[in-house]
Design a protein around this ligand. Structure first.
Ligand code: KG4
Ligand code: ZN
Length: 398
């Protein structure tokens, strides 16, 4: 990795994240501008609004982070940016911004896979947080976000073997759809967790009452996940209860009354968490993992955290779950992954593009797709031009 601070930018979805890292793990400043309020009325993310909001918030976020860290742009030695997967319009705002900054400062740029960022959040250290050892390999990593759900094995940095993934909805997407069905609004994950807490203390199996129990899709012994059947089961349950109250099936579940909404939210949360935790713990045990790492927005769920903590303790495996603010989208996680990519010698050129789809790991036998999208010749030309400019300006990029 080159000297100086690493500036990291995330704009793949509905959070504008900017962070400064000193080394691959230490956060020295960060800001996240959330668009939750902007999209809440629509019940989901409006891509055009999201892209415009990123444009609006990147500059002030960068100013805030530099001020926080007591740094200036002259202290920035490299730039990392999310290049995919995500909303292309939103990604392009961040990618263009990062390219301009890297070019202007004459420092290396690296394009980061957002999913790799969620995973590397487990390596981050907050400002002032005492040093702690890095997660030990081999490890099993669960990524559970709004758009993705998968389980990988890592035997070394930047190397992934896909164990299983969702065959339909992502876990976060399932929470968001269930939130709408229950009339709880967007995003559904935190709203369902909060509603579920009204039936019991967090960490208890409130959602497992025999009458409200919802199904789990185990898919045999595979490490794949499926949540669409659970969502359908919840919809049928809501419709049946509405019909019993003489209400039309099209009514939002909120018409059910707070205690029924809370009970169904708890049952839904319990079903998702049971499958996620059981498969993750089973993989860790089967593969002899030393560590379990969890990332993505759903990893901020308290029931999931508690269930994994208890299971990992039983297996005597270390569990690393970032604090909730580092599980949801943020710039620091992009810095943590970007630093590793830079250290491995990866850089991107002015033709760095945005990729709507970019799997971190594919099932065995399919081509590697981890590298960011660049056209080789132009990337090399950019690197040469950048180095020449850096030499002229008297600041090294190595
Ligand atoms: O990783 P993330 O911030 O964005 C994506 O990359 O998708 O994840 C957002 C997802 C949303 O679907 C949201 O409902 C879910 O994470 N989420 C939660 C919780 N907090 C956020 N799901 C369950 N429980 C939570 N506490
Ligand atoms: Zn994410």
């Amino acid at each position: 990795m080159s000297g100086g601070l690493l500036l990291a930018i995330e704009s793949s979805c509905d959070e504008t994240g900017v962070a400064l890292l000193d080394g691959p793990r230490r956060i020295v400043g960060q800001a996240v501008a959330s668009q939750v309020a902007l999209h809440a009325g629509a019940g989901g993310i409006v891509p055009e609004l999201a892209a415009r909001a990123h444009l609006r918030w990147l500059d002030p976020s960068l100013d805030e982070v530099l001020a926080d860290a007591g740094a200036t742009l002259d202290d920035v030695g490299s730039v990392a940016v999310t290049a995919g997967p995500g909303l292309v319009g939103s990604l392009l705002v961040g990618v263009s911004y990062a390219k301009a900054l890297a070019w202007g400062l004459g420092v290396p740029l690296v394009g980061v896979n957002h999913l790799e960022g969620h995973l590397y959040a487990a390596w981050l250290l907050d400002p002032g947080e005492p040093d702690r050892p890095e997660p030990a390999f081999p490890l099993v990593a669960l990524v559970v976000s709004g758009g993705h759900t998968f389980l990988v094995e890592m035997r070394d940095h930047l190397s992934y073997r896909l164990l299983g993934e969702t065959v339909d909805d992502a876990a976060g997407e399932a929470f968001d759809k269930a939130g709408r069905l229950l009339g709880l609004g967007y995003p559904g994950g935190p709203a369902i967790a909060q509603a579920a807490r009204e039936v019991a203390a967090p960490g208890t199996a409130a959602g497992d009452s025999p009458t409200d129990r919802l199904p789990r899709a185990w898919l045999g012994t595979s490490y794949d996940f499926s949540f669409s059947g659970l969502k359908t089961a919840l919809r049928r349950r809501v419709e049946a209860e509405l019909a019993a109250d003489g209400l039309p099936a099209s009514e939002a579940g909120g018409r059910l009354g707070a205690s029924r909404v809370a009970a169904l939210a708890a049952a839904f949360e319990e079903s998702v968490v049971d499958v996620l935790a059981t498969k993750t713990l089973r993989a860790a045990e089967a593969l002899g993992a030393r560590t379990i790492v969890v990332g993505g927005g759903v990893a901020s769920n308290a029931l999931l955290r508690g269930r994994l903590a208890a299971g990992a303790a039983g297996l005597e495996v270390d569990l690393v779950m970032p604090r909730p603010g580092l599980c949801t989208d943020n710039g620091a996680m992009i810095g943590a992954a970007g630093a590793r990519r830079l250290a491995a010698g990866e850089t991107a050129g002015p033709d760095l593009g945005a990729r709507a789809s970019w799997p971190l790991a594919r099932p065995a036998g399919t081509p590697d797709s981890r590298r960011p999208p660049t056209r080789g010749g132009a990337a090399r030309a950019y690197a040469r031009a950048r180095d020449a400019e850096a030499d002229a300006a008297g600041r090294g990029t190595g």
